[in-house]
Design a protein around this ligand. Structure first.
Ligand code: GCO
Ligand code: MG
Length: 408
């Protein structure tokens, strides 16, 4: 069996999804997602210029060897662009494998460990009242778990994932449009004074059963993160996400020594080498990698297995930048993983997205039900894809009030 061709499409409703379609000599095709948020043309070029010319003629059933060929064979290993590019190849090969076997990917991984997977949505407000309205709306839609972000009083600009004005939009999603980044101004002291109390108010208002999460988005130093994590202990967060940037894996030890608040990290990681010490030394509770950024199912499965040995559960990244293809790949891992925790979920379900990526995956009452169709269970409508063009976009850049660049 041979791979005969592969095509890359860039575009989608409100997002530059990078979709890979691999064709074979037996008529079976596979789909993968190489969307690297706000840098989408780069994995697309890596696929087109380097990977696809090598892929043609390979046996698609040999997904492990193909993964090793592109990883070890590249000489310059790892990095988000390469890992997103061959992550998409890997997803597509598992899709083909499942179609050949007539089995959903979760059965190839070892079968279902649960009937459905708990997901969390986002609630956000320009101020605390606005945030509570947003949480109430999310709960009305059936979710049982919610990540809360809130505007900070007297902060010079709205900070991460928060609308400028109250009442703007309960479904606020960060505006990444344009090639020149928007500038956000950050003040750690104001955040540290306000946010623990805001989280406590949400907990009081909505009671102990709400699964509550918060994302610090890499803004604190390890010492500040330790103080924050300790202060919010009574809130009973499901997790505190990205309290510090985690390039320095050992820095998390300080947070751990001072607090029992569960820590989730990993949405920007692209290999097991970015998180092996965090996992082995049990410095985190949840691993946030995304199948799209971390080398596909083959590599993420290794991370999940390592995590399972150390009481670390999964909480895969699910921001709207992931197409329904990688969300499906994650849904299959979520159905199987013995150490599943929760799944961030925002993308599927809009009519335009469903038209481009028809699938039998379903989300209801805050639970994700994986499709039992063979392979990944998502299709891609090429005629529909012609409606979309690449739109340049950028992550905001953060500065402190004196101008110093900070972490987004
Ligand atoms: C999350 C993330 C996102 C990121 C975005 C950047 O937890 O969902 O932090 O909101 O900001 O994915 O590309
Ligand atoms: Mg995050």
């Amino acid at each position: 069996m041979k791979i005969t061709d592969a095509k890359v499409f860039v575009g989608g409703p409100g997002k530059n999804y990078v979709t890979l379609k691999i064709m074979t000599d037996q008529g079976v095709y596979g789909l993968g997602d190489a969307t690297l948020n706000n840098r989408e043309t780069l994995p697309a070029a890596y696929l087109q210029d380097y990977l696809i010319p090598n892929l043609i003629g390979m046996d698609p059933r040999r997904s492990e060897d193909i993964w090793q060929f592109f990883y070890r064979g590249a000489y310059f290993r790892r990095g988000p662009i390469a890992m997103a590019a061959f992550g998409a190849i890997d997803m597509a090969l598992w899709d083909i494998k499942g179609k050949l076997a007539g089995m959903p990917v979760y059965d190839l991984l070892g079968g279902k460990s649960r009937d459905s997977a708990l997901v969390y949505a986002h609630a956000t407000g320009a101020d605390l009242e606005d945030l509570c309205d947003s949480v109430a709306k999310v709960l009305e839609r059936g979710y049982k778990a919610v990540r809360v972000q809130c505007g900070i009083p007297d902060m010079p600009t709205a900070s991460y994932a928060v609308p400028e004005a109250s009442g703007t939009d309960g479904d606020f999603i960060t505006d990444f449009s344009g090639i020149r980044p928007k500038i956000e101004i950050w003040d750690t002291d104001r955040y540290m004074r306000f946010m623990p109390q805001a989280l406590a108010t949400v907990r009081d208002r909505f009671g102990p059963d709400l699964t509550l999460l918060h994302d610090v988005h890499h803004r604190l130093t390890p010492r500040e993160a330790a103080a924050f994590a300790k202060e919010v202990e009574p809130v009973g967060l499901y997790w505190l996400e990205d309290p510090t940037p985690a390039e320095d894996q050992d820095a998390l030890r300080l947070v751990r020594q001072h607090s029992t608040t569960p820590i989730a990290i990993g949405e920007v990681f692209n290999s097991i080498w970015d998180c092996n010490r965090l996992i082995e030394q049990e410095l985190i509770d949840f691993i946030r990698v995304a199948v799209a950024y971390a080398g596909g199912i083959t590599h993420v499965r290794r991370i999940v297995d390592l995590a399972g040995l150390h009481n670390v559960r999964t909480g895969f990244h699910g921001a709207p930048s992931h197409s329904p293809i990688s969300m499906a790949a994650q849904a299959h891992l979520n159905a199987w993983a013995p150490n599943f925790g929760i799944q961030e979920y925002l993308v599927l379900g809009t009519p335009a997205c469903d038209a481009l990526f028809p699938s039998g995956h379903r989300m209801t009452e805050g639970q994700f039900y994986v499709s039992d169709a063979p392979g990944l269970g998502v299709d891609f409508d090429e005629a529909e894809a012609k409606r979309y063009r690449y739109q340049p976009s950028s992550h905001p850049v953060v500065r402190l009030e004196d101008g110093t660049i900070w972490n987004y």
